[in-house]
Design a protein around this ligand. Structure first.
Ligand SMILES: [Zn+2]
Ligand SMILES: [Zn+2]
Length: 62
């Protein structure tokens, strides 16, 4: 299955479109900003194998 990767508008990381409840936010930012369930990240080669997130926290968030 080819999962579509898009860019989070908040942290500018790539993530899999179908891994987030939000259309413009990765699961991590959606969790921090809107309290959606976060991905239980499993990092492999710098990116989460589940959601594609690169682990960078937004400079706008603590
Ligand atoms: Zn993000
Ligand atoms: Zn993840």
């Amino acid at each position: 299955m080819n999962r579509e990767k898009i860019i989070c508008i908040e942290c500018e990381s790539e993530y899999f479109k179908d891994s987030s409840e939000m259309t413009d936010l990765c699961p991590d930012c959606a969790h921090k900003l809107y309290d959606y369930p976060n991905c239980e990240h499993e990092f492999e080669n710098g990116n989460c194998s589940k959601c594609g997130w690169n682990g960078k926290t937004s400079k706008y968030l603590t």
